[in-house]
Design a protein. Structure first.
Length: 175
């Protein structure tokens, strides 16, 4: 019998996220100078920082390449940021090889066709509520939250709660 997504969450050690449509809502504001601006959810950032500080690996793999995005993610403590990745499967395999990560222990959240093949390689493929139908069809967990609106927080919080690490992360931090 196949494991439920909650059972799979017990084994997760690594989070991998796409950017556009996952960490952002997929909208791009274009300035007169041609600069593309995105918005990210503060709660997603807080959860990624909590995951890193709790010992999880957090990696970003995106086809887009915006330096503002890189700065934001580095400020959260994320060191494995792969922007402008032409082949997400190759980038993912290199990343897991470097850190000796078992793909079965990875939660990957993507939202559209460029994420499809890499999502087939991981233990817990997941997506935001507004992902494309093809991605929803292969996801073992579909967040009830849209991309850029807290879907990343949702999956991180759930994994950490299943593993008993969510509230223990906060113990003593705000006393």
């Amino acid at each position: 019998m196949a494991k439920s997504y909650k059972e799979i969450m017990n084994d997760i050690t690594t989070f991998v996220f796409d950017v556009d449509g996952v960490l952002t809502d997929g909208s791009v504001f274009v300035t007169n100078e041609g600069e593309m601006l995105r918005t990210m959810n503060i709660r997603d950032g807080y959860a990624m920082k909590a995951a890193i500080e709790s010992g999880y690996h957090v990696c970003i793999i995106s086809g887009g390449s915006n330096e503002g995005v890189r700065v934001r993610l580095r400020n959260l403590g994320i060191t494995d940021i792969h922007l402008g990745s032409p082949d997400k499967v190759e980038t993912f395999k290199e990343y897991t090889d470097v850190y000796s990560i078992n793909p079965e222990q990875v939660l990957y959240m993507g939202d559209d066709i460029p994420d499809y093949h890499v999502m087939k390689l991981v233990g817990l493929p997941s997506c935001p509520q507004d992902a494309s139908p093809e991605i929803k069809n292969i996801s073992k967990y579909i967040s009830h939250i849209k991309g850029g609106k807290g879907a990343v927080r949702d999956v991180i919080e759930q994994v950490m709660k299943v593993q008993g690490k969510w509230m223990t992360y906060f113990d003593g931090k705000f006393d």
